[in-house]
Design a protein around this ligand. Structure first.
Ligand SMILES: [Zn+2]
Ligand SMILES: [Zn+2]
Length: 300
């Protein structure tokens, strides 16, 4: 299994010399496993991923995009995702919750309506198939990939995802609020248990969360690096990456969060744009023809 981060910023994209180490694009993560390309969220990071996918030397893998939720920092890149415009591509798009596929399609259409956008959604000519990703389910992609979903505490709801394939596991929990000083939610700890890699929301410092610096952020739907580290420790994951970096946090501020989290969970880093991790047990990728994939997807 290979995990690659194309966008790790939360809330809104940012740029500038002080952000280059971690990057400024909003959430997008690519996972290649079991002969599939899974994409988590279509923040602005998905634009560059699309360019990479269209290069002639890139493997054409069946592709499924899982949306954690429909907040704009997780959708905004989709109109700039090249494969969505190409009729040769088939894309499975999973929206969170019962009826999530329909809501996802409506949201993607809506963000391209006039007067906000110059080109209509229907001009995107790829074969899109919208599916539901209800929480607490197990989805099978082909024979070798399992994706599990869990409901996370976030305004309007959010799905966490756990990918199991190639004898490895990756858990992605962005946009989740774990209040400090309370018992950790067992549901999330169990969901992340023993993962080879956990990427977890760590948007705020404790001072920001409590409102000692600027507005009080309680109820805004995000965690601090301390709670991310506590979850990682309780779940006994092998490695933790902090993600959904606040747009006001420059590279030094993010490093300070990593240093604080390492006191609790030493195997902590901050996710950064362009980061590529190969998790154990990589299976050789299946090379496909140029035909669009008709690989099976089933939900249990
Ligand atoms: Zn977000
Ligand atoms: Zn959100």
């Amino acid at each position: 299994m290979e995990v690659r981060f194309w966008g790790t910023r939360g809330s809104v994209a940012t740029s500038g010399a002080q952000f280059v180490r971690h990057g400024g694009n909003t959430t997008c993560v690519e996972v290649r496993a079991g002969g599939w390309r899974l994409i988590f969220d279509a923040g602005t990071g998905i634009r560059a991923l699309g360019e990479a996918m269209l290069r002639p030397d890139t493997l054409k893998l069946p592709t499924a995009i899982f949306f954690t939720h429909l907040h704009w920092d997780h959708l905004q890149g989709f109109p700039f995702f090249g494969p969505a415009w190409d009729p040769r591509w088939k894309l499975f798009l999973f929206g969170p919750g019962e009826g999530g596929g329909e809501r996802l399609e409506a949201s993607l259409r809506q963000q391209m309506l006039p007067p906000q956008f110059p080109v209509a959604f229907d001009a995107m000519r790829s074969q899109m198939e919208f599916r539901d990703a209800p929480p607490n389910r197990r989805l099978e992609l082909g024979e070798h990939v399992i994706v599990k979903s869990a409901a996370l505490d976030h305004p309007n709801g959010c799905n966490g995802y756990r990918v199991e394939a190639d004898d490895a596991s990756f858990v992605f929990c962005t946009d989740v609020e774990v209040p400090p000083d309370l018992a950790l939610p067992k549901r999330i700890v169990d969901f992340a248990e023993d993962a080879d890699l956990l990427a977890f929301d760590a948007q705020y410092t404790p001072e920001e969360y409590e409102g000692h610096v600027g507005a009080c952020r309680k109820g805004w739907g995000h965690s601090t690096m301390i709670e991310a580290a506590r979850i990682a420790g309780a779940a006994k994951v092998k490695r933790l990456l902090l993600t959904h970096h606040d747009p006001s946090h420059d590279d030094d501020a993010i490093q300070a969060k990593v240093d604080a989290a390492r006191v609790i969970f030493p195997a902590t880093d901050a996710a950064h744009e362009g980061q590529r991790l190969r998790l154990r047990g990589a299976r050789p990728w299946i090379r496909l023809s140029d035909e669009p994939s008709t690989s099976e997807v089933s939900v249990h």
